[in-house]
Design a protein around this ligand. Structure first.
Ligand code: AMP
Ligand code: MG
Length: 337
């Protein structure tokens, strides 16, 4: 009798352990549209359903604060002349953006909205502004137009802030934190090419993040621990006029699409907001300047595809990036410190 009881207890314990293990590895997914992009959040384990709801709310909250096209957002109100507390979420994001502008010698510039708007990139009403028009509009761009008065931020008339270059990365960090707070230990979040992982992959090993190729399909796969893998590409948002392609990443010096020879650049690092801003900045810099910047500053590493099909890979990513079979003959330059 004792033997049977013991046997039953052992069996029950094993079944419970099995069920718990299965629940810990159970995959939950939530997809929605926010920040002008499709978002897919994947989380594992019993805390995932609540964590995913919190993460969605966190992303929507960031959107409500930072959106340049929602008239009620904190950024939109700043853009129409209202003051904004520097300590608010939007105020802190703007301060971080200004620091990244200084750090990248102006390649990342959150004050380009007057020029960006003229191209129609946020409205979809595309047009090619004349050189004279852009020269005029560039006078309204530049961080000098943002004033800090006590604890408040204010813009001079005509100047406008746009955090489109780092907003999704910031949202991915905030969503990852919401999942963590809910008790989720393992998740992968994709906000339109801004990927953020949390914890380790269920079953062990590094996360394998596919990097989109411009013509669909994959450019390659990056292996990563917890952190961000953020891609900026000229195929994300563009239009064509008379056979010329115009895209949404502008060179702050000209107000025109940055023609640095870059098609896409993927940045890896611990922080999504920084990786997002740097992906935009590296795109503007092009391969030579980005490599020099990376060497000099020890900034986040990247994989870059140029318009002649060449790849540039920072040395600490070289062992973690596998180029897709379709491009196995591409010239790959490893950038060393
Ligand atoms: P991303 O896709 O992260 O490279 O961000 C592109 C978005 O950032 C654009 O849609 C604009 O809203 C904004 N943007 C464009 N050019 C720049 C720039 N040089 N610096 C900062 N933000 C930019
Ligand atoms: Mg970016």
């Amino acid at each position: 009798m004792k033997k049977y009881v013991f046997g039953t207890v052992v069996l029950l314990a094993a079944a419970l352990l099995f069920l718990r293990h299965r629940e810990n590895g159970k995959r939950h997914e939530l997809s929605f549209f926010a920040m002008d992009t499709p978002v897919t959040l994947t989380a594992y384990g019993p805390a995932a359903p609540r964590g995913l709801r919190d993460a969605e709310e966190a992303v929507r909250k960031i959107e409500r604060e930072l959106s340049v096209t929602m008239p009620t957002s904190a950024v939109a109100r700043l853009n129409t002349g209202e003051t904004l507390p520097a300590a608010s979420a939007a105020g802190r994001a703007i301060t971080a953006a200004l620091e990244l502008c200084a750090e990248t010698d102006g390649a990342f510039d959150p004050t380009l909205y007057p020029a960006l708007r003229a191209w129609g990139f946020t409205t979809g009403e595309y047009r090619v502004p004349s050189r004279d028009e852009l020269t005029e509009l560039l006078k309204q761009c530049g961080v000098r137009h943002l004033r800090r008065e006590g604890g408040s931020l204010r813009l001079e008339a005509g100047a406008m802030i746009d955090l489109g270059g780092l907003g999704k990365g910031l949202a991915s960090d905030v969503a990852a934190q919401a999942l963590k707070d809910a008790g989720v230990e393992s998740a992968v979040l994709n906000l339109g090419g801004n990927v953020r992982t949390l914890g380790a992959r269920p079953g062990g090993g590094r996360w394998r993040i596919g990097v989109r190729a411009p013509e669909d399909g994959l450019l390659g796969v990056i292996e990563t621990d917890e952190g961000a893998v953020v891609t900026s590409g000229n195929y994300e948002r563009f239009f064509e006029r008379d056979g010329v392609r115009y895209w949404h990443i502008l060179d702050p010096k000209t107000g025109e699409p940055a023609r640095s020879g870059v098609v896409s650049v993927t940045v890896c690092g611990p922080n999504g907001e920084r990786c997002d801003a740097l992906s935009t900045a590296y795109f503007v810099m092009g391969p030579q300047k980005a490599a020099a910047f990376w060497k000099e500053r020890g900034s986040e590493s990247f994989v870059m595809l140029t318009d002649n099909g060449d790849l540039f890979v920072c040395e600490d990513l070289a062992g973690r990036f596998t180029v897709d079979q379709e491009r196995k003959n591409a010239k790959v330059t490893v950038i060393r410190r």
